[in-house]
Design a protein around this ligand. Structure first.
Ligand SMILES: [Zn+2]
Length: 371
């Protein structure tokens, strides 16, 4: 009896004290809202299709139907930020001690988080089970009438906030080709080939060997395209990046990252990678955190966007916040109208701003998603 009480006590402390505390500290904003923007800008912003290519909000076990004081994204705040489409990326394995270095695939930092969030024991140790559990949690949000899941092209249109499920790293397949279909059935429509380490599909920019596509990876690229799954090259090694662009017949994304031109770093895109992405018809989502833009401020983000446009062109740049991805950002998702205002202040036209805010992502997904 005492044993059971003790287990309940430990699980409760993890769920209601430790996890929220960790979430609050590691997904923080530099300045709390409300964020300033003129009425004129707000009107343009709320009339535009606004899309964010990457947020890890599902990881933390927060009820996203409710407004929270911690973290950077939930449905009420997406509404305030005028967001039409949020890509919910799903993290399934993270190596211990995150720092910018190289990582093997032999450590796993997530079991305690999955225990703390009271998720099914199967998900405590299995990347595939973690992907399924988080997909189901996003699906449960659709019970709210203002939120829907994007599975087909038509789902991109209409009112309310739309969510698209994405995988951050195909280690979730656990090396099994048939898992691709299972994840597609679970609702996944975007997949990052790698995350922090080389996996069975491809090499990562933080991997020990940083190889390109594996045989399985080469086999899966056409299958993903056929299923209407957009390929995400964020975190890809240089070899994976170039090899995938050679094989791809559909536009790819780099869902969250920066550019060497304003912020050199192991996974920020070089000018030649930006040109390759443009040639493919793809889109890079510029991130808002320090290692993506070096200067994690409105100015730093706008500078990176301007540079990416200078090299890749106006049709190939979008937003990729990495909100709730264990990063500190200058604002949470309610601050997006302020970013729109900063783009206008930097001299972008209304047409250009609308492309960056989400027009480019809408075009790409309209091409890639199943009919
Ligand atoms: Zn990431």
């Amino acid at each position: 009896m005492i044993c059971v009480a003790l287990v309940i006590l430990v699980l409760s402390v993890l769920r209601f004290a430790v996890l929220p505390h960790y979430d609050r500290i590691h997904n923080s904003v530099l300045t709390a809202g409300p964020y300033p923007a003129s009425e004129k800008t707000r009107t343009v912003h709320h009339n535009a299709f606004v899309a964010d290519l990457h947020a890890d909000s599902l990881l933390w076990g927060r009820d996203l139907n409710k407004r929270h004081k911690r973290g950077q994204v939930d449905l009420p705040r997406l509404r305030d930020g005028g967001v039409d489409l949020q890509v919910f990326s799903v993290v399934t394995k993270v190596p211990e001690s995150i720092k910018y270095s190289t990582y093997g695939s032999d450590s796993d930092n997530l079991p305690l988080l999955f225990v703390a969030a009271w998720r099914h024991p199967r998900s405590w140790f299995s990347p595939m089970a973690r992907a399924i559990v988080q997909a189901n949690e996003l699906k449960r949000l659709t019970a709210s009438s203002s939120f829907s899941l994007v599975l087909h092209r038509d789902d991109l249109h209409g009112n309310g906030i739309k969510g698209l499920l994405a995988l951050e790293g195909m280690q979730a397949l656990e090396g099994q080709e048939q898992s691709l279909l299972e994840l597609h059935t679970a609702g996944y429509r975007m997949m990052g080939l790698t995350h922090f380490f080389d996996n069975e599909i491809a090499g990562s920019s933080f991997g020990v060997d940083q190889y390109g596509l594996t045989d399985l990876g080469r086999k899966l690229i056409p299958q993903m395209e056929k299923l209407g799954i957009t390929i995400d090259l964020a975190h890809a090694s240089t070899a994976t990046f170039s090899e995938t662009l050679t094989l791809a017949t559909k536009p790819v994304v780099v869902s969250h990252g920066g550019v060497h031109g304003t912020c050199p770093g192991p996974r920020n895109l070089t000018d030649s990678q930006l040109r390759g992405l443009a040639e493919n018809g793809g889109v890079i989502g510029i991130g808002y955190w320090k290692t993506a833009v070096c200067d994690a401020s409105l100015h730093g983000i706008v500078t990176a966007i301007r540079y990416a446009i200078k090299i890749a062109g106006i049709d190939h740049v979008g937003l990729g916040s990495d909100f709730d991805g264990h990063v500190t950002t200058p604002f949470d998702t309610t601050g997006l109208p302020m970013l729109t205002e900063a783009l206008f202040a930097d001299g972008f036209s209304k047409t250009e701003v609308k492309k960056v805010l989400g027009g480019n992502v809408l075009r790409l997904l309209s091409l890639n998603l199943p009919k």
